[in-house]
Design a protein around this ligand. Structure first.
Ligand SMILES: [Zn+2]
Length: 427
């Protein structure tokens, strides 16, 4: 951890981030730190030690969000900055963790400026590690920020179980991950993340300033057929749920080509085949269908097409298809003044900035609904993400920390009486 003399420097950032990346490290250079596992607990302890040694008061709330609070102005609301330390099972080391360590450095640098008298604070500072952003062990994703913003109930979140039947409550308690932090007044939120796409790499811009999100429609679907013998049942008599599901998988892919200019991204994930036995025609398949586009009209047309194909599959293959819409959101914007602050900071640092939309969800997607929110991207090598090969050039990582520092500094020293939103009570 921080050595005398270079505390907060670019070298210190790269060194400390490399140290964090050894926790849950995989042989191929990634990390495995699913939410509320022992390894997630070790990463949380590392962050707690880093922040506490620099004067931050460490707190956790009832859903395992971890905060480092630094009071600069008694009674003022907080400028919150952070991301998530949890990861997919075999993940890259940057997704989420980069944003948390960047936020810790940014907050520490700003606090150092306040102590030295070069920055005048009108708000307090807080670093956050949101619990369970990935949603790989416990659904839904972005759980901690969803509870913090009142979008998801605490009890519902705590009762969620992983595939082994372990609840969020039990898993968090096992790593001592739940605390009693009460409602926090928040003036603004800032987050930096790897892009997870290749737009910045292709344009040569250094920083993405996120202005909005793509729209999305997510479905849970069930195809219901009838169990039979894979060998002896006559073909005309079969009602094969796996065949029906497969036709929908293929349709999802061809939809993306049909609306290539939309653009439209589609996927079917996580097939649950029943009874999933070698000599048995499947009786039921459950799966998820994910449709995303910057244009809601494209999504609606795509959904209409999915419904038509589902009806055809029912008619031609004797199965029933049930489509349940589980998530739906249209394009959502981030606040203009936060975009302006981010662009101003990039210009001051001489870094080419590009306005972008985010396709993936982030904790900032929840936070932007309650407070002014700045969301920044650094380039991802070849756009690779949710993969151990995920990578970003060290100079881009360091530039991102500098931009986040500038943004947090502006938000912390903004003139006027801050308007604050206060998180709901989780007790
Ligand atoms: Zn992430």
């Amino acid at each position: 951890m921080g050595q005398q003399g270079d505390d907060g420097s670019a070298e210190a950032f790269l060194r400390d981030f490399a140290q964090l990346s050894t926790i849950g490290a995989t042989p191929r250079g990634g990390v495995d730190r699913e939410a509320a596992t022992v390894r997630d607990g070790m990463a949380r302890a590392w962050l707690g030690g880093w922040l506490a040694s620099r004067g931050f008061a460490m707190r956790t709330d009832a859903v395992g969000n971890q905060f480092g609070l630094l009071d600069l102005v008694p009674g003022a609301p907080y400028v919150l900055a952070g991301s998530h330390l949890d990861s997919q099972p075999t993940a890259g080391r940057l997704d989420g963790a980069y944003g948390v360590v960047a936020a810790a450095f940014a907050a520490h640098r700003v606090a150092t400026g306040v102590a030295a008298g070069t920055t005048r604070a009108t708000r307090n500072l807080a670093v956050v590690n949101w619990f369970n952003e990935e949603g790989s062990r416990f659904g839904p994703s972005m759980m901690g920020s969803a509870v913090f913003t009142g979008r998801l109930g605490l009890d519902e979140a705590l009762a969620t179980t992983d595939p082994a039947g372990v609840s969020v409550r039990a898993a968090l308690d096992a790593i001592d991950g739940r605390g009693e932090q009460g409602p926090l007044p928040v003036a603004a939120y800032a987050e930096i993340h790897i892009e997870q796409g290749r737009e910045l790499e292709e344009t040569g811009d250094r920083i993405g300033v996120v202005t909005g999100t793509w729209a999305a429609r997510k479905f849970r679907f069930r195809v219901l057929g009838e169990q039979s013998h894979t060998g002896s049942t006559r073909m005309v008599d079969r009602r094969d749920a796996l065949l029906g599901a497969s036709l929908l998988v293929v349709e999802a892919r061809s939809l993306a080509d049909r609306f290539a200019d939309g653009p439209l991204h589609t996927a079917v994930s996580q097939l649950d085949v029943r009874p999933n036995s070698p000599v048995v025609v499947a009786s039921e398949v459950r799966a998820n269908l994910d449709l995303r586009s910057p244009d809601p009209a494209v999504l609606d047309a795509a959904v209409e097409r999915v419904r038509a194909v589902a009806a055809r599959v029912e008619a031609e293959h004797g199965v029933r298809v049930e489509l349940e819409l589980t998530h739906s959101w249209d394009r959502q914007d981030y606040q203009d003044d936060c975009v302006a602050v981010s662009e101003r900071v990039c210009a001051e640092l001489g870094l080419a900035a590009r306005r972008m939309l985010t396709v993936a969800g982030h904790d900032s997607t929840n936070m932007k609904d309650v407070v002014p929110t700045a969301m920044l991207f650094v380039p991802s090598r070849e756009g690779i993400s949710h993969n151990e090969r995920e990578d970003t050039a060290p100079e881009d990582l360091v530039a991102g920390v500098d931009v986040l520092t500038g943004v947090v500094r502006e938000l912390v020293s903004a003139p006027g009486t801050p308007a604050a939103w206060t998180s709901p009570s989780l007790g």
